[in-house]
Design a protein around this ligand. Sequence first.
Ligand code: ADP
Ligand code: MG
Length: 293
Amino acid sequence: MQNAATSLERGRQTTSGNEPSGTRHRRAPMSSRPVVQVSGVDKVYGNGTVALKGAELTVKEGEFVSLLGPSGCGKSTLLRIIAGMGDATRGSVKWWEQDHTVVGTEGRKLAFVFQNATLMPWARVYKNVQLPLDLEGVAGSQESKAKIDEALAMVGLQGFEKAFPRELSGGMQMRASIARAMVTEPNLLLMDEPFGALDEMTRNKLNDDVLRLWRAKGWTVVFVTHSVYEAVYLSNRVVVMAARPGRIVDDVSVDQPYPRSSDFRVSTEFAGYCRRVSKALERASQMGEEPAE
Ligand code: ADP
Ligand code: MG
């Protein structure tokens, strides 16, 4: 299933935040409250691949953080660990300052959006968006219908409720996928290269849509991409990763106001941030391969 909605409970335990490494450009957080804290996380797959080594990342409430890096640097692995969809080999992950082993079923929620919209082909758009509510056993109520209508309106799919996925463009399919994530009213939205398969114009449009929804809904977003431009355009912070072993090598704050628009895309500030992030990626690739432990 594409959109996993998991309820997470708030806790009281605290742990240390992420330690800076490499060149960091810090920025005042939107709120001091950590939503996710990844501390000293290694991930070694069964075949010996060191997908992550010593990952340190704290995401604060309301932040829009991008994970940026080349293919194979462990972005999806880190996102899955953040989602609780995969165990770390070493280290710890906390959600809302609570250990995952004691996270309950009430309270906080997260939703996951993958690159492929993976809609149910035999079901109409409305039914696809309703899926998480079906799984929660709350579909059919007035409140659920209102949530679906709101989500469809917010992603611009009003009037397409009865369409089948095959009748939609790639961009519209992704919109349906985002609407499906929205109906769970997530506090934390995790997106793994959601627009990687789309043409640039559609991607730009969807980037604006996601920013608008993020601001309207007060989400915390962790967004995986391998596009420097997309990462800079969207994010408060760009976390730069390198491969072999997968690791975080830089953390660049994008201190630019929202709302951002096409003017930002052509501004000297935007170009400056893209250059800075590209340099960080270049440095990362020059670091070369570290011997596995
Ligand atoms: P990215 O999303 O940045 O492309 P991934 O997190 O998918 O990177 O993968 C990181 C590394 O781990 C890659 O070398 C990949 O081949 C490897 N990997 C990913 N998933 C598995 C798996 N289930 N088993 C073995 N190796 C894996
Ligand atoms: Mg990936």
